[in-house]
Design a protein around this ligand. Sequence first.
Ligand SMILES: [Zn+2]
Ligand SMILES: [Zn+2]
Length: 313
Amino acid sequence: MSDASAAEEEWPPLPEALVVPVYDNHTHLDHDRDHGGPQLDPREQLDRASAVGVRGVVQVGTDLETSRWSARLAAHEPRVLAAVALHPNDAPGLAASGELDAHLAGIDELASRPRVRAIGETGLDYFRTEDDAGRAAQLASFEAHIEMAKRYGLALQIHDRDAHEDVVATLHRVGAPERTVFHCFSGDAEFARLVADEGWFVSFAGTVTFSNAKPLRAALEAIPRANILIETDAPYLTPTPFRGRTNSSYLLPHTLRAMAAQLGTDPSMLAAQLSSNTELVYGRWDDEPVTPPPGPFDPHPETGGAGDPDWRG
Ligand SMILES: [Zn+2]
Ligand SMILES: [Zn+2]
């Protein structure tokens, strides 16, 4: 068996194609999964997604380098819009080394680029950061990102882990952007209602399919469908029945079908609603033209790859 077919076997098969297409509003095409999953070229991931009715993705940067890469990919690829930000888990280290302001300035520069439609993922992560100095750095970074989203008129993608109360308090204190998304929502029905009542969006990931995720499914049922989005957060959080394996946008139909079953509705009805919600938040994928890439596509921004150096800009 060749290495290629060995790697291929690691990937779950393509699900049955959706009749009505959806968007994956939060994915990381560039991330190496930490448990050593096999890599698929981002273009191959997008081709597979297209083949099963996932018609577009929001590619999310988590630091300056991956945000630059995300903006550049979106500029050249019609199926991709970009979100740019410094991840809350990186804020404490950047603040400690005195680099936070310079990196925020770098994100600010990217925010005005074509096809960059969101600031994210930003927010608060109290699971990974427990010390006061680290949490203060996260808060400063979060507030700076909120300000950018409002100044540029972009959507905000929030990463909220064990920090529901402080995330909401921050949004109330400084004022939330017009379109605010709780990515990979992890609250219960009560918190989902609070988020939806504010007019914010609740984005469900593969976690909603997990057998132990009853509160998430209750959250899904508790809010108006106009407030719901769907995402993979790939390569993480692979939906049932492939939980534990590497995720990719082409596996989104499993999550959509599980959500439709939970809501007792037809997957096509739900897909139509989610597509419309997604375009309301980020705009249409085809309303800003793409420019042809300046050189060979570089699937591995972190190593530089063989492409035109301009591709990494
Ligand atoms: Zn996140
Ligand atoms: Zn993410």
